[in-house]
Design a protein. Structure first.
Length: 228
């Protein structure tokens, strides 16, 4: 900024020219192991909370994407991502990048949960899928995490801070050998976000198989172990 200001003759000299940058610690990038994701899921008391958490684990959406879902984004076996929400405000047909407009396949077991939620909540096509307290506006994702997920995680001894970013990173980490498909699910425009390689269009069927396998590995195979 100051270099630019000197070149534009707004300043005679750069006041930061001799200032040494501090040594920065490498930021931690935690992930949530599949076993902990499973334990936390079954510890959540409410059906809605379980559904949101399960969706976040299986396809790693951005916070703004999952709270920006409307009922008409649901197509029976997949979601079409084209809205976002921020601080309770729905932003229709507005996403982070061009590649964020995408189709996300939904595993078979989860489809029934989504249909059940829409029916029980009495939602219509243009309604927000997960409304806040007023029943109309989108919920605040981080507030929901703090009140409904992070508290439970602490109670059952999970030390990883549960955020949508952590769940997103965990999803990509689980599929680090399938980054082409993982990039398609999370909406990365190129591999520079996940690897140094260029992004290539993934095959839809392989993407579907990937999320189906995640669903079986984390939730379905172990469901009977958690039935009282």
């Amino acid at each position: 900024m100051f270099i630019e200001a000197v070149e534009l003759k707004f300043l005679q000299a750069n006041p930061m020219a001799r200032v040494k940058l501090p040594k920065c610690k490498r930021a931690e990038k935690p992930v949530l192991p599949a076993d902990d994701a499973r334990r936390l899921y079954f510890a959540l008391p409410g059906f809605r909370d379980q559904l949101i958490f399960r969706m976040a684990v299986i396809w790693g959406p951005r916070t703004s994407e999952i709270v920006g879902l409307t009922v008409d984004c649901w197509k029976g076996n997949h979601f079409e991502i084209h809205h976002t929400a921020y601080k309770g405000e729905l932003r229709r047909v507005k996403v982070k990048t061009e590649n964020s407009f995408r189709t996300v396949p939904v595993p078979v077991e989860m489809r029934g949960m989504i249909e059940r939620w829409i029916a029980e909540a009495g939602l219509r096509e243009t309604d927000v899928l997960f409304p806040g307290r007023d029943g109309k506006s989108p919920m605040w994702g981080n507030t929901w995490l703090q009140k409904h997920v992070q508290r439970v995680a602490k109670e059952i001894g999970i030390t990883v801070s549960i955020t949508f970013q952590v769940l997103r990173r965990s999803f990509v980490t689980r599929h680090r050998h399938e980054l082409k498909d993982a990039a398609a699910v999370v909406g990365h425009s190129n591999y520079a976000t996940t690897t140094a390689n260029l992004y290539a269009q993934s095959v839809e069927e392989s993407v579907r198989r990937m999320v189906e396998e995640d669903e079986r590995m984390i939730f379905v195979r172990h469901a009977t172990e958690n039935v009282p």
